[in-house]
Design a protein around this ligand. Structure first.
Ligand SMILES: NC(=O)c1ccc[n+]([C@@H]2O[C@H](COP(=O)([O-])OP(=O)(O)OC[C@H]3O[C@@H](n4cnc5c(N)ncnc54)[C@H](OP(=O)(O)O)[C@@H]3O)[C@@H](O)[C@H]2O)c1
Length: 436
């Protein structure tokens, strides 16, 4: 067996501690798999004395994580601190510039600075591996880079945030509203104290931006992702979606539309019979459509200590095996810009929910407004049984015929200002097109 590969771990929280545990428990077998031992030389965290349930007494502790990026006795820096900028960025950039391999679980960092960091990694001929950053334990980066590399990819669709999927699943199973279930999710540790990154769709968008780049050979471009969270979905939406035969999922979709690349994260109605509709609770899933392979779906745990550390360790083993790939599969210099399609390119049916002011003639006025906005209605349900007593607001849901997003957005603006509509209406895409 050749010399050991020497690693340093920055961040000993949920994921970092998990990596130390796996290396302690499975180090012998992993050394055989990698052809060399994996040796932890140094670690860093904010608090040297915190009890983390792991033994770090044998490793050098660096108070300043930046020291790991220049340490002479380190071959691989494992960045598990988090955040798109600040210390994580400084450490990763300096480690790469110093010719060290980097393994990270930091999707925010890669979504924001992926192309820049990948270029440095290629210039220095080192690895920049981020499997754990996309859907935690699901090996989707490796699947796209290796198993599916023969294919031209036309669509990647994923349930990329376990917190949102848990909340939507609970809302359906209990009939409760979003705010109520969110509090439970926080109590159970599935949602952060500040849940906005998760429920606002940003976390899923970070992952989607990375997947888009891997699937379509484009420069990772987070700014191109259209993002909508699940905060506006209520129990009425879940109920009526089910009546129509759909389940609401926060879907990240990257697909070729009219020569552009659509990147969107938004709550979407998925037909019950489709595999993605059946993904429960905190699970993630990613479906990929390739021209030779057809549809492939990977499902598993997208977060948590075990699944995320599992992906980090597999990236470390790859480095120990001597695998160095361009981080986004093809050389960074060959990646194209991810040009978004025009807003009217993507045709879809839509679900629309609003509260009509409860007075004679209001429904006629609202449907007239929709007709004037060129939105053609397939079904209307006036949901009298879901009217809150004394509210004077009648929930109404519509399913439209196929139309484009620009037309729907204009209609939403008209409705939001309409005298017969109380509050802000909500629209969601109905995904009838795909097979997964
Ligand atoms: N948790 C998951 O399920 C999951 C899933 C996928 C990806 N990720 C990603 O994995 C990364 C780590 O997440 P996590 O959940 O493990 O976070 P975490 O539990 O909050 O741990 C963060 C660690 O970073 C350390 N740290 C913070 N600031 C530091 C600094 N300036 N210098 C040195 N160390 C510092 C903290 O030290 P102290 O412990 O001393 O405070 C802590 O050990 C993030 O990029 C996250 O997005 C996490």
């Amino acid at each position: 067996m050749s010399d050991s590969i020497r690693i340093a771990i920055a961040g000993l929280g949920t994921v970092g501690a998990g990596v130390v545990k796996i290396l302690a428990e499975r180090g012998d077998v992993l050394a055989l798999a990698a052809g060399r031992a994996i040796e932890i030389m140094a670690v860093s965290a904010r608090d040297a004395g915190k009890d983390r349930g792991i033994d770090i007494s044998g490793f050098r502790f660096e108070k300043d994580a930046r020291a790991l990026g220049v340490a002479a006795d380190v071959d691989v820096v494992v960045e598990l601190i988090g955040g798109a900028d600040g210390i994580a960025f400084d450490l990763v950039e300096s480690a790469l510039l110093n010719g060290k391999h980097v393994v990270t679980a930091n999707k925010a960092l890669i979504a924001r600075h992926g192309a820049h960091l990948a270029q440095i990694a290629e210039d220095k001929n080192v690895a920049l591996n981020f499997e754990a950053g996309v859907a935690g334990g699901i090996p989707i980066v490796k699947a796209l880079r290796e198993g599916l590399v023969a294919n031209e990819i036309s669509n990647v669709t994923g349930i990329l945030n376990g917190t949102c999927n848990y909340i939507l699943t609970e809302m359906e199973e209990t009939g409760r509203d979003f705010e109520d279930v969110l509090v439970d999710a926080q109590d159970l540790g599935y949602a952060e104290a500040d849940p906005s990154f998760d429920v606002g769709g940003i976390d899923a968008a970070h992952k989607l931006a990375i997947l888009t780049s891997l699937a379509f050979g484009t420069k990772v471009d987070f700014a191109q992702v259209e993002i909508e969270g699940i905060e506006k979905i209520n129990a009425t939406d879940i109920y009526h979606a089910a009546e129509f035969g759909y389940r609401i999922k926060l879907l990240g979709i990257a697909e070729i539309v009219d020569g552009g690349i659509l990147q969107s994260v938004q709550p979407t109605l998925v037909p019950f019979e489709r595999p993605l509709a059946a993904v429960p609770g905190v699970y993630n899933a990613v479906a990929v459509t390739g021209n030779y392979v057809g549809d492939v779906i990977l499902e598993g745990r997208g977060a948590g200590q075990g699944p995320t550390a599992s992906a980090v360790v597999s990236d470390i083993v790859d480095v120990a095996r001597g695998f160095v790939f361009p981080p986004f599969i093809i050389p960074t210099a060959k990646l194209r810009e991810a040009k978004a399609p025009a807003k009217n390119s993507l045709k879809s049916a839509y679900y629309l929910r609003l509260y009509a002011v409860d007075r004679a003639g209001s429904m006629a006025e609202i449907t007239r407004a929709l007709a004037l906005a060129s939105v053609s209605i397939e079904r209307i349900v006036q949901s009298g049984e879901r009217m809150e007593a004394g509210s004077g607001r009648l929930p109404v849901v519509f399913m439209t015929h196929e139309t484009d997003e620009a037309t729907m957005r204009e209609a939403m603006t008209l409705l939001a200002e309409h005298a017969d509509v109380a509050g802000e209406p909500v629209m969601m895409r109905i995904d009838n097109s795909a097979t997964h």
